[in-house]
Design a protein around this ligand. Structure first.
Ligand SMILES: Cc1ncc(COP(=O)(O)O)c(C=O)c1O
Length: 400
C-alpha cells in the first residue's frame, strides 16, 4: 500500500460503511413505501441465524426464546424450520398456540410463575417446566402426574453483558436438597438447566457450567436424567466483533461430548436468532448546534424500539442511509430520541458527517429486546414492523 492508500484504509476503518450488507436501493424503496419510524424484519435472516446455530450445535434441540422478539411471522418461520419454543408467560403461550404451535414442542422456563400460569401452560399441552426453589417446586405438587421439571442452577458468567444468575437459579450446593424434596414428594425431575447471562462474550462460562452440571448429575444417581438445557446467551456483534458462532460453540460441544449417553441437550437462543434479523429505519426530525456538538433528533429513541439501550445494555450501530465518504469531514454529534425526556439520548459521542433534517438513519441488530420493551411514552406510537425476505446479503460470508 502506498501512503495515499494507507490514509484511505485507516479512514475507512474508523468510518466503515455500516450498511454495506444492504442493497441501498431496496432500503430507499422501503422508505418510499412506509412512514418512519419502522422496523424491517428479514425472515431469510431469521432462517440464516437459526441454521447457523443449529450447524454449530449439532444434535442440540433449539427452543427459541419468544421473549426476545415475538413477531408472529418470525414464530411461523421458525416453526416451519422445525424450531421449538421457550415460553415464559401465559401471553406467550397464547401467541404460539394461535400460530399452531403444539404444547409438546415447548418448554416453560420462567423459574417464578403463578398457579394460574402453570394451569394455562398445562391446558396448552406444555408439561416441561423450570424450578429453582422449594416454593416453586411446591406449586407443582397438585400437577405431579402431569409435569416433568428441570432445575435451574445459577452459573454466573463474568463475560455476559446481561447477568441473569443473581435473580434466578439455585446454588449448586442447594441442588441435592431441592432434588431430594421433589423426588420424595413424587415429582419427576428430568433435567438441569442454566443461563449464564445474555450476550455472553466467551463460551467458557457455558462449557464450565456443562462440566459442573454433568458432575452434579452423576452424583444424583436416583434421578433419571433426560435433559440438560444450556440456555441462551449466544452473542451477536453490535459495535465491535464477537466470536463467529461456529468457533464459539466448539468448547461447548467439547464439554457436551462428556454427557452420558441418552441425555438430550436443549438450548434457548433468543438474541442470536432475532437480533440480526431486524433493522430500524428512522428520520432526522430536528437539528441543533449545542456547544461543540450537533444534536440530531430522531423520530424514535430509548422510549421506543431503542429501549434496549436501557434494558438490554445494547449499543446499536446507527448510520445514515445515504452513502458516506469515509475520507470526508466528521463532526462530534449527539443522536437523541424525540420525547421530551432528557434521558432519551441514543448516542452522546457519535461522529457523523453533516446531516440534514429529513435524512434517513438506519439502526442495525435491532431484533432482540428492542420493540419487545418499547413504550408509547408521549403518545408516540411504537414503530410498526415491515416483514420482508432477503434484505441482507451473505454472499461475502460464503466466499470466506
Ligand atoms: C430463561 C431464558 N431463556 C432464554 C433467554 C434468551 O437468552 P438470549 O437472548 O441470551 O439467547 C432468556 C433471556 O433473558 C431467558 O431468561
Amino acid at each position: 500500500m502506498d501512503s495515499q492508500e494507507l490514509v484511505q484504509h485507516f479512514a475507512e476503518q474508523s468510518h466503515p460503511d455500516e450498511l454495506e450488507q444492504f442493497d441501498r436501493a431496496s432500503l430507499e424503496e422501503l422508505v418510499r413505501q412506509h412512514e418512519t419510524p419502522f422496523m424491517v424484519l428479514d425472515l431469510q435472516e431469521v432462517e440464516y441465524q437459526y441454521n447457523a446455530l443449529q450447524e454449530a450445535l449439532p444434535g442440540v434441540k433449539l427452543f427459541y426464546a419468544v421473549k426476545s422478539l415475538s413477531h408472529p411471522a418470525l414464530i411461523k418461520r421458525l416453526k416451519k424450520l422445525g424450531g421449538q419454543f421457550d415460553l415464559a408467560t401465559s401471553g406467550e403461550v397464547d401467541l404460539v398456540e394461535g400460530l399452531g404451535v403444539k404444547g409438546q414442542d415447548c418448554i416453560h422456563t420462567h423459574p417464578i410463575k403463578k398457579d394460574k400460569e402453570i394451569r394455562h401452560a398445562l391446558a396448552f399441552g406444555c408439561t416441561r417446566f423450570v424450578v429453582d426453589n422449594l416454593e416453586e417446586v411446591s406449586k407443582f405438587l397438585p400437577y405431579k402426574d402431569q409435569v416433568e421439571l428441570m432445575v435451574r442452577v445459577s452459573f454466573r458468567s463474568q463475560d455476559a453483558v446481561v447477568d441473569l444468575s443473581r435473580k434466578f437459579g439455585c446454588a449448586l450446593e442447594e441442588l441435592p436438597s431441592l432434588v431430594d424434596f421433589s423426588v420424595d414428594n413424587g415429582l419427576t425431575i428430568s433435567g438441569l438447566s442454566f443461563h449464564v447471562g445474555s450476550q455472553s462474550l466467551s463460551p467458557m462460562a457455558q462449557a464450565n457450567a456443562i462440566n459442573a452440571s454433568i458432575a452434579a448429575m452423576s452424583e444424583m444417581t436416583d434421578v433419571n436424567w433426560k435433559w440438560l438445557d444450556i440456555g441462551g446467551s449466544f452473542p451477536v456483534s453490535y459495535q465491535g466483533p464477537v466470536m463467529p458462532i461456529q468457533d464459539f460453540c466448539v468448547p461447548i460441544m467439547d464439554a457436551l461430548a462428556e454427557l452420558p449417553e441418552g441425555i438430550e441437550v436443549f438450548a434457548e437462543p433468543g438474541r442470536f436468532i432475532s437480533a440480526p434479523s431486524m433493522i430500524e429505519v428512522m428520520t432526522i426530525i430536528g437539528k441543533a448546534k449545542r456547544g461543540a456538538r450537533t444534536w440530531y433528533y430522531l423520530d424514535d429513541g430509548v422510549y421506543g424500539a431503542l429501549s434496549g439501550q436501557i434494558y438490554d445494555h445494547a449499543k446499536y450501530p446507527i448510520a445514515p442511509l445515504q452513502p458516506i465518504d469515509p475520507t470526508g469531514d466528521f463532526f462530534p454529534s449527539v443522536l437523541a430520541g424525540p420525547t421530551c425526556d432528557s434521558i432519551d439520548v441514543v448516542d452522546e459521542d457519535a461522529e457523523l458527517p453533516d446531516l440534514a433534517v429529513g435524512d434517513i438513519m438506519i439502526a442495525k441488530q435491532m431484533g432482540a429486546y428492542t420493540i419487545a420493551s418499547a413504550t408509547e411514552f408521549n403518545y408516540y406510537p411504537k414503530p410498526k414492523v415491515v416483514v420482508v425476505e432477503d434484505l441482507i446479503d451473505h454472499s461475502e460470508d460464503a466466499q470466506e
